[in-house]
Ligand binder design. Structure first.
Ligand SMILES: *Cc1c(COP(=O)(O)O)cnc(C)c1O
Length: 405
């Protein structure tokens, strides 16, 4: 640290300069890392909410009962969206990873209570790495179930992997790598038959699928209406459009809180309780999630989804019209995984990078990955024109790897 401080204007100027070297989060040239709504009214609301809650701490519900109530209302609104039974419950967390960690912890505890010493998570090969992280953190084993020809988990193969130590099965609704729905009903039935948990990972789909259903689209059953689904994770900081730090984990069974909530009173400062991993917790993500839901309502979210799907269809058609470019599987929402057996899409990705698009690479099948957000509507034509040009004019791939960190 410098000995003397510097004026605030200088601090901000330096930050602006440093920020300018990185992708603009509003320019709709990023995919997956941010989910811009393209809505100035929403962003203005989020700024105001953040200003009001910047310094609060959601750790102590006795001191800040209204923050606790806001969290409860976000959990209830999300629960209603995903049809959780009245007896169910859950909490907000900092993100999809923490939601998944909490679910795996609860499933581990349930398995431990049944006498299973080292419980297993059986998850599709396409499941998010957070399940591997949970296994690593909580002394569980991750067993990877293969995918079928449509990039969905192969439930017959999954059934062969279920053994006496299996604690929980995972299905994605929908998957991050390919944007396809796993056969949730079949996975949940297998779990119910085996007397174990079924976590549906709707981190990305949780605020997409209910609105697709409201739009009259064909959405296979995937939420708590499916018997056997015990947990669902849904990220507000993805297609709920709020800034990072907001997710919801929901449990069907009322025993969740005894396993998820940590209580401790053997230290000098009295009873300490915490529902998830974080101790001190920012209140702004809670208040912002609440504000977004109150402001948009079901109709507001549904309208945004209608426009987003129009953009998805436009970009999908445009890409499919390019010779050699294929869409992987049958994506249900805003994820398009691209593959080609004639074009080196990594080389196409290099050209797109040079033009300021930040397309992610997929390893399997080798290709590119587009997580489309509402703000991509304003760049769809430019994206397609650049992509067509890159398909026509690229050299060898520079070997940029598929990676997130
Ligand atoms: C984003 C995502 C996660 C992890 O969420 P984070 O908020 O990044 O921790 C888990 N599963 C799926 C399907 C996701 O898309």
């Amino acid at each position: 640290m410098n000995i003397a401080g510097v004026p605030a204007s200088e601090v901000l100027a330096e930050l602006d300069q440093r920020r300018a070297t990185e992708p603009d989060v509003h320019a709709a040239r990023l995919f997956g890392l941010v989910y811009p709504s393209g809505r100035d009214d929403l962003e203005a609301l989020f700024f105001e909410v953040h200003r009001r809650y910047l310094f609060h701490n959601a750790l102590n519900p006795f001191k800040f009962p209204e923050i606790a109530a806001l969290e409860t209302e976000v959990v209830q609104m999300t629960g209603a969206l995903l049809n959780v039974p009245d007896a169910g419950g859950g909490t907000m967390t900092s993100g999809g990873t923490e939601s998944i960690l909490m679910s795996m912890l609860v499933n581990r505890e349930r398995a431990n209570a049944r006498g299973i010493e080292r419980p297993q998570i059986v998850a599709p090969y396409s499941a998010h790495p957070a399940y591997a992280k949970a296994a690593h953190y909580f002394g569980m084993d991750l067993v990877s179930a293969p995918l079928d020809d449509h990039w969905r988990v192969d439930v017959r193969e999954m059934a062969k992997l279920v053994g006496p130590s299996t604690a929980v099965l995972v299905a994605s609704a929908f998957s991050y790598p390919h944007g396809v729905m796993d056969p949730v009903a079949d996975v949940a039935a297998l779990a119910a038959e085996s007397g174990i948990g079924c976590h549906v990972d709707a981190c990305v789909g949780g605020f997409v699928l209910p609105f697709l259903e409201r739009l009259g689209r064909d959405v296979p059953a995937w939420d708590f209406r499916v018997e056997g689904v015990t947990e669902i994770s849904a990220d507000v900081h993805k297609f709920g459009y709020v800034p990072k730090g907001a997710s919801v984990i929901l449990h069907r069974d009322p025993d969740w809180s005894s396993h998820q909530v940590f209580l401790y009173d053997r230290w000098p400062a009295g009873l300490y309780g915490s529902p998830a991993i974080m101790g001190a917790r920012p209140a702004a993500p809670i208040a912002t999630a609440w504000a977004a839901m109150r402001y948009l309502g079901l109709d507001g979210y549904t309208e945004i989804m209608r426009d987003l799907m129009a953009t998805v269809v436009k970009i999908r058609r445009g890409l499919e019209s390019m010779t050699g470019v294929e869409i992987v599987g049958e994506p249900i929402g805003p994820v398009l995984a691209l593959h080609s057996s004639t074009i080196d899409l990594y080389a196409v990705g290099d050209v797109m990078d040079q033009r300021g698009w930040n397309l992610n690479r997929n390893v399997e099948p080798r290709g590119l990955h587009m997580m489309l957000s509402p703000a991509h509507a304003m760049v769809a034509d430019e994206l397609l024109a650049d992509f067509a040009d890159a398909v026509a004019n690229h050299s060898e791939s520079k070997g940029v790897e598929a990676r997130y960190s």
